[in-house]
Write a protein of this length. Structure first.
Length: 255
């Protein structure tokens, strides 16, 4: 009986995986199995000067994981704060999707920038954009690692300690702690936006920051994905007017 149960579970896992690949292919996305996990060895390792976005890629942010406009995005499944799973390919079957990162200790997210590109980068600008396009675009707010945690934790852009008065928390290194930070962000997120928390685990073989490692690599990056699964627009630092213009073009081309 034990062997039979193990075989049944193996077959079920294989079937679910095959369905996921088929769904991604139908939507034009790359399959979720191709996501990169555990970049920079985090959370088992800290970010440092030789183990950070800038040291690895030469500059930070490395928006959309280096995907170019016109390339296929990656499918993924993440969970909201109520425990409900959401899959990108399912959302794209309904309308275009805007992926927008925003973490609590990001000054741009908090609205502390006054010059371009940070002058339209805050949660308030995101709220207004969501209100405008809530019926025509699915806006997914993603929560990943904190950019400016307090000491002794380090910044993922440079690997240095970059603290200021907005650095009020340590870097979450468990999923439970990341969810607590996401709850703070939720209070400032439009009710029509979908807030999803990227995975976080120190256990080998488990999902670990696959979406941020593959299509994030920044603090306030944005990626607009068309219903064909292709990247239509990306931006190192979310700016409401640029994003609105990109959304208008996508909607016009599909009408």
């Amino acid at each position: 009986m034990l062997v039979q149960n193990m075989v049944a579970r193996t077959l079920l896992t294989a079937a679910v995986s095959a369905l996921a690949v088929a769904s991604a292919a139908e939507s034009g996305l790359r399959p979720e199995s191709e996501l990169t996990h555990s970049c920079f060895g985090f959370p088992a390792e800290n970010f440092n000067r030789n183990n950070a976005i800038k040291a690895t890629y030469g500059a930070s942010p490395h928006t959309a994981g280096g995907l170019s406009v016109g390339e296929q995005a990656y499918d993924f499944t993440l969970t909201d704060l109520d425990g409900t799973k959401h899959t990108l390919s399912d959302k794209l079957a309904e309308k275009p999707v805007l992926l927008l990162w925003g973490m609590w200790t990001c000054p741009a997210y908090q609205g502390l920038g006054t010059e371009k590109p940070f002058d339209q980068c805050s949660y308030k600008d995101e709220w207004d954009l969501t209100e405008t396009y809530k019926d025509s675009v699915s806006i997914i707010h993603l929560v990943g690692p904190e950019p400016h945690p307090t000491t002794p934790d380090t910044n993922f852009d440079t690997g240095k300690q970059l603290m200021n008065y907005w650095s009020t928390v340590r870097q979450p290194k468990t999923m439970a702690n990341r969810i607590e930070m996401a709850k703070k962000v939720k209070e400032y997120t439009h009710p029509n936006a979908l807030l999803l928390v990227d995975s976080l685990s120190s256990e080998e073989g488990e999902a670990n920051q696959g979406v941020w490692c593959t299509m994030g690599l920044g603090a306030r990056t944005s990626v607009l994905i068309g219903m064909d699964g292709l990247v239509k627009f990306k931006e190192d630092w979310f700016r409401a007017d640029n994003t609105a213009n990109a959304i208008e073009k996508v909607l016009e081309s599909s009408s």
